[in-house]
Design a protein around this ligand. Structure first.
Ligand SMILES: Nc1ncnc2c1ncn2[C@@H]1O[C@H](COP(=O)(O)OP(=O)(O)OP(=O)(O)O)[C@@H](O)[C@H]1O
Ligand SMILES: [Mg+2]
Length: 351
């Protein structure tokens, strides 16, 4: 295997282009120099899938890829386990370019480094919950006892103990997706690829699954690539969020970057309705500490959300909170008015 950069971890996508059609490579330069998706299709009969994608996904973080239908989300995630070959560019996983893998490397890589969770669950209907969950381990050739141990452990972690012998059609959608998640986790792969994994679920069940994933992630610390077209889901789950439009990244950042500084009208229109209290952090709305500040006996982390600050105000009869960093050192103060202003300010000025 080619290891081009030694000890990198996580996933780095570099200058990735995907142009569907007979001679995609001939159009990379033209697309790079501004040929639009429409012109490429109408004049040259090629489809622009992805244009010059660059993303760093640190190991152990959740990277969300967001965008409307047809923006290139599935095309992008399928490059990571090379279900799709790029027209040009690199997909580095732990520093190794997946694009250069030979068939044997690729098979090993798919079996041991990646696991997928699908939108339509992808369970085998004639297998029980347990037999579905051991599937990947069976393919890996693990001894049966180890397969069952791992499957039972993850079924328990997703709340399905007691359902091992049911069949998929005896379970609700939410429960089927828990099986999908347990099956992926049982593989013990460092990378989890989730393409619209929660999009088929009812809103309450969906929120539930998001909580399950966030809770598990504290323990499993996998590199998760999560695709969604839902902004609230993106903001809740993503350590990093990349927004795609017509195969191009129009903005990258964390949830707060996107809500506070939408890169263009398109993103501004997405974030307009977002509950900022759940996204914006206290540190970005506080007043910095000045000499002689009296502060407050009640403190809050700079990383806490404005909503969390509002709850602290409700429970304590104080004018201000002292904002502290991870080491509990004061970095500023915040008043109830500052919390309220930051929660209510919207980017409507843009419109
Ligand atoms: N095999 C293919 N051949 C030609 N064009 C393709 C192919 N696969 C995808 N495309 C095109 O590439 C673009 C991106 O498609 P993709 O499936 O990645 O979008 P998506 O963001 O996942 O959409 P959705 O939300 O509907 O799943 C679309 O214009 C699509 O028509
Ligand atoms: Mg898709």
């Amino acid at each position: 295997m080619v290891n081009s950069s030694g000890n990198s971890t996580g996933i780095q996508i570099r200058n990735l282009f995907k142009i569907f059609g007979r001679s995609g490579l001939d159009y990379v330069d033209k697309v790079q120099h501004g040929m639009s998706k429409t012109e490429l299709l109408e004049k040259h009969g090629h489809v622009l899938g992805l244009k010059d994608i660059n993303i760093d996904m640190p190991a152990g973080s959740i990277q969300v890829i967001m965008g409307l239908s047809g923006s290139g989300k599935s095309t992008l995630i399928r490059h990571i386990n090379r279900l799709i070959d790029p027209t040009s560019g690199q997909v580095l996983v732990e520093g190794t370019d997946v694009v250069k893998f030979n068939p044997l490397d690729l098979r090993e890589f798919r079996r041991h480094k990646t696991a997928m969770v699908f939108q339509k669950f992808g369970l085998l209907p004639h297998r029980t919950v347990l037999e579905n969950t051991v599937y990947g381990l069976e393919v890996q050739g693990l001894p049966r006892a180890k397969q069952v141990d791992a499957a039972m452990k993850w079924l328990d972690r997703v709340g399905l103990t007691g359902f091992e012998n049911r069949y998929p059609n005896q379970l609700s959608g939410g429960m089927q997706q828990r099986v999908g998640l347990a099956r992926a986790l049982a593989n013990d792969a460092p990378i989890l690829l989730m393409d619209e994994a929660f999009s088929a679920l009812d809103p309450l069940i969906r929120a539930d699954m998001q909580s399950v994933l966030l809770d598990l992630q504290k323990e499993i610390r996998k590199t998760i690539v999560f695709i969604t077209h839902d902004l609230d889901e993106a903001l809740r789950l993503g350590d990093g969020i990349a927004i795609l439009r017509d195969g191009e990244i129009v903005q990258q950042g964390n949830s707060q970057d996107i809500v506070l500084r939408p890169a263009d009208e398109y993103i501004a229109s997405f974030v307009k309705e977002v509950n900022r209290g759940r996204v914006v952090r206290v540190a970005s709305a506080m007043a910095p500490l000045r000499d002689g500040d009296v502060g407050s006996t009640v403190s809050i982390l700079g990383e806490a959300t404005l909503e969390a600050a509002a709850y602290v105000f409700r429970q304590n009869d104080v004018d201000k909170l002292t904002v502290v960093d991870d080491a509990n050192l004061p970095i500023g103060t915040i008043s109830l008015r500052e919390v309220m202003n930051a929660m209510l300010t919207t980017e409507r000025a843009i419109h």
